[in-house]
Ligand binder design. Structure first.
Ligand code: PLP
Length: 337
């Protein structure tokens, strides 16, 4: 099994979806009962499920109330002798402060997993998000930027773990099938060394993905333009905040555009009013410590909770026209008139 193009220290493979990749990666790192994995509470439910499914405890940490990204400080507050890994998210495609998080994980000997599902083109100081930790995982599902029906990529730093992952992604097989198996006879014989699953990406999705990859720079340009148009119109609206300015050493994928209402009561009524006017908005990611099944409702994570009351994600995708963005902004402005 080859390194499929990740470069010297990066072993990269495709997967049928990012969620499957997350489940497989947790297994690959032997995360198990008795371990703790720290996760920012404003995170994708499938990521928390991938941890919980191993029997490990998901430990939720806080996020910055404006960027909704977690920080080294909030991670450190949750480290115990049982902590094995940290799984961060680059909210809306804007990179976390990776220097500080990487340093903390190195000092504390923790596995860093980057969920880069929403950060397909994000860079931190010129380096691709997803290549800072021991694992990075991208998603190409229907709601993402680079879309191929369903699919994802996984990048691992460790060669041994990568081979383990590849086996788990394809039924546990130790040898290749078809013409890829180079033995001269009885090529139908095989051995497995694990009860692997079938998490590989199909050829049709891969072909779509390759074409989408060529278009990615134009998708990001378009999304950047939309974000800047929202910024320029909404920055003058005194009852809401636009997203924080992105530092010049970070490149965003502009996956989400979010506003935050100064008054908590405005967020929900604004969302309902926009929906009645055929504009779909949402809030991502609903704090997971509020979800009963994780059993952590008594935990207080003040910034995440503030953000959860005030944040609304507005439409952003590469087919949105300037007229449509202006119409959305007009409606938002009229909401208070
Ligand atoms: C942050 C994050 N991680 C992982 C995923 C899972 O991606 P997939 O749909 O490819 O399984 C998503 C999907 O929405 C996501 O937003």
């Amino acid at each position: 099994m080859d390194n499929e193009g990740g470069g010297a220290d990066n072993y990269v493979t495709s997967v049928n979806c990012c969620t499957e990749g997350l489940f497989q990666v947790m297994k690959c790192f032997d995360i198990t009962e008795g371990d703790e994995v720290i996760l920012p509470t404003c995170h994708f439910v499938g990521t928390a499920n991938a941890i919980a499914d191993t029997g490990a405890k998901v430990v939720f940490c806080d996020v910055d109330d404006r960027s909704l990204n977690t920080t080294a400080k909030y991670i450190e507050e949750k480290i115990t002798s049982r902590t094995k890994a940290v799984c961060i998210l680059h909210y809306g495609g804007v990179p976390c402060e990776l220097d500080e998080i990487v340093k903390l994980c190195e000092e504390k000997n923790l596995i860093l997993i980057e969920d880069t599902a929403t950060a397909v083109a994000s860079l931190y100081k010129g380096q691709a998000c997803g290549t800072f930790g021991q694992a990075g995982l991208w998603s190409f599902d229907a709601m993402k930027i680079l879309v191929c029906g369903d699919g994802g990529m996984i990048c691992l730093k460790d060669e041994k773990n990568f081979y383990k992952l590849k086996q788990n992604l394809y039924l546990g097989l130790l040898s290749q099938s078809g013409f890829s198996n180079s033995v001269d006879s009885k090529w139908w014989e095989f051995q497995i060394d694990t009860f692997g699953r079938r998490g590989i990406m199909n050829d049709i999705s891969s072909a779509i993905g390759l074409v989408q990859l060529q278009k990615l720079p134009s998708f990001i340009e378009k999304r950047k333009h939309i974000a800047e148009l929202y910024d320029s119109i909404l920055s003058n609206v005194e009852w809401l905040k636009i997203p924080p300015k992105i530092e010049d050493y970070k490149t965003s994928s502009y996956y989400m555009y979010w506003i935050q209402t100064n008054a908590k009561e405005d967020r929900d009524t604004l969302a309902t009013y926009l929906r009645k006017n055929d504009i779909y908005t949402t809030f991502r990611y609903y704090p997971l410590h509020w979800v009963d099944l994780y059993g952590q409702k008594s935990v207080k994570l003040n910034n995440a909770e503030e953000a959860a009351y005030r944040t609304l994600c507005l439409p952003i995708h590469q087919s949105l026209s300037d007229d449509e963005v202006e119409k959305i902004c007009d409606l938002i402005i009229k909401y208070k008139e």
